[in-house]
Design a protein around this ligand. Structure first.
Ligand code: PGA
Length: 246
């Protein structure tokens, strides 16, 4: 089953969220067979969770703290996310790595905390444009994987998301051949790191996924689904992406 996750980032108010969630839940009910995850801003989680009662659509946070609790003003714990109805949490998104200086070690600790709390972390990795142009993409991604995945992970308890930084919000997408090659690389490194068989590891693709390229991307070998930013804020567009995963 393909996975379609929507990362709303710092967008959305209650009215917009309500309309969007209703459309997504309705589409999910009419066209099952895709695991749909919505990651709204933290302030909307509890409300969205009540709107999703009776629907198969899952809820995810956009980040969590590595510690269980403590004096960390402005941060959100994994337990808080779970209590707000989350089953998933995005960790190590490139915007967190860039604007909050999160390191692979931070991402590994957050992922471990998420797993210990019963959440499934969506661990994001991906090279920048300059790293790609320097021929470093595979090396960078390998380092990120080795250092961001927790030491002991069981099958089905984490997801990976390959998001080339230069493809996020730019309308630029790697070629299908590039995506296929990188996902193969990610699967083999992740299998080596975790000791799991690669068919048991799921890798989403993210970066400028839209209704008109989602089907082609999800058909690529090694792509388990998509992590969608901008296009997840438009009900019609996101519903089309969901339909592409069937
Ligand atoms: P985008 O963002 O779909 O707007 O490119 C993807 C992401 O950052 O997860």
């Amino acid at each position: 089953m393909k996975i379609v996750a929507g990362n709303w980032k710092m967008h959305g108010d209650a009215a917009m969220a309500h309309a969007l969630v209703e459309a997504v839940a309705d589409q999910a009910g009419r066209a099952p067979g895709v695991e749909v995850i919505l990651c709204p801003p933290a302030t909307l989680l509890a409300q969205v969770s009540t709107w999703l009662i009776g629907s198969a659509v899952k809820l995810g946070g956009q980040d969590c703290h590595a510690e269980a609790q403590g004096a960390f003003t402005g941060d959100i714990s994994a337990v808080m996310l779970r209590e707000s109805g989350c089953a998933y949490v995005i960790v190590g998104h490139s915007e967190r790595r860039q604007y909050h200086r999160e390191t692979n070690e931070d991402v590994r600790k957050k992922s471990a905390r998420a797993i210990a709390t019963g959440l499934i972390p969506i661990i994001c990795i991906g090279e920048t444009l300059s790293e790609r142009e320097a021929g470093q993409a595979e090396t960078v991604v390998e380092r990120q994987l080795r250092d961001s995945i927790p030491d002991e992970v069981a099958e089905g308890r984490f997801l990976l998301a390959y998001e080339p930084v230069w493809a996020i919000g730019t309308g630029k997408v790697p070629t299908p051949e590039d995506i296929c090659r990188m996902h193969g690389h990610i699967l083999s490194v992740a299998a080596d790191r975790t000791g799991l068989a690669s068919p048991g590891i799921s890798v989403l693709y993210g970066g400028s996924v839209k209704a008109d390229n989602a089907r082609e991307i999800m058909a690529i070998q090694g792509v388990s689904g998509v992590l969608v930013g901008g296009a997840s804020l438009k009900a019609e567009e996101f519903c089309k992406i969901m339909a592409s995963g069937r």
